[in-house]
Design a protein around this ligand. Structure first.
Ligand SMILES: O=C(O)[C@H](CS(=O)(=O)O)OP(=O)(O)O
Length: 260
């Protein structure tokens, strides 16, 4: 089994991809599905890079709008891209989510066809995401950092390194041979430099932006490890105004006793 860590998204992955956008898209995603599970057994989360597509898709399907531009909710949105706000929210309908980096990464990853399985991971669901990736992969797992405006993001790299470590640990338990490559070694070096994830978030470009906006609680929530067993998995892609809308469901939870 090949295990690869990519510092930025690229097209062409075919088996299992686990996208990491800690601040804040892939931190929000399992939280939205968890909150929504209180009202429905089969929640959906629709993710798009386009503000216009988000608005039209929400209006056409009677959905809530959550997201951000420049860190704040756009006009008419019901909710922000804030994990702190979302986990305290009541979601009576499914949600369309748009933000600046995570959805764009999804566009890149699915540009020439979606991989067989596309999962969303963050510190919040890191152990569950690592197990799910190993459960579902047949030949390759790519742990992919979303980055910020096309550049590498410290918080994504540190989280991707943690998930890579967890996958390796679980593979050892299951006696699955792994060939680890890409930027895994480099990412691990950064993880060792930041044993406290919140410090990595505070030092990061996105973290600094969010703190300037007074959104310190988002950093605190986003740095908590293993808060949920929920792993969002891509169910299908639809087009709206020439833009992709990626629909995620919660991956069914395995029944066996977790080992990581
Ligand atoms: O605000 C967000 O959550 C980010 C933009 S920034 O990196 O904080 O400036 O968007 P995301 O798509 O979640 O990375």
């Amino acid at each position: 089994m090949q295990l690869t860590l990519d510092l930025l998204p690229r097209t062409g992955a075919q088996d299992v991809v686990l996208l990491v956008d800690v601040l804040r898209a892939t931190t929000c995603a399992p939280i939205v599905l968890d909150v929504r599970t209180r009202s429905t057994p089969d929640p959906r989360l629709h993710v798009t890079a386009s503000l216009q597509a988000a608005r039209t898709y929400a209006a056409a399907n009677d959905l809530l709008l959550a997201g951000e531009r420049d860190g704040l909710p756009p006009q008419g949105f019901h909710l922000s891209a804030s994990p702190a706000q979302l986990r305290a929210a009541t979601l009576e309908r499914d949600t369309v989510f748009t933000s600046e980096n995570g959805p764009r990464a999804l566009d890149v990853l699915t540009e020439t066809g979606a991989p067989r399985t596309l999962l969303l991971g963050s510190f919040q669901n890191a152990p569950a995401a690592a197990r799910a990736a190993l459960d579902l992969a047949t030949s390759e797992i790519r742990v992919v950092c979303a980055g910020v405006r096309g550049e590498e993001a410290t918080e994504d790299i540190v989280c991707a390194a943690l998930i890579t470590d967890l996958i390796e640990r679980e593979a050892r338990v299951r006696a699955v041979p792994l060939n680890v490559g890409g930027s895994a070694h480099l990412a691990r070096t950064l993880l060792r430099a930041y044993p406290d994830p919140q410090e990595a978030l505070a030092q990061s470009r996105s973290g600094q932006t969010l703190m300037r906006l007074g959104l310190h609680e988002d950093l605190a929530v986003a740095s908590l490890i293993g808060q949920t067993p929920t792993v969002p998995v891509l169910a299908h892609i639809t087009r709206q105004h020439e833009h992709a809308v990626h629909t995620f469901t919660a991956l069914a939870r395995p029944t066996e006793t977790p080992t990581v």
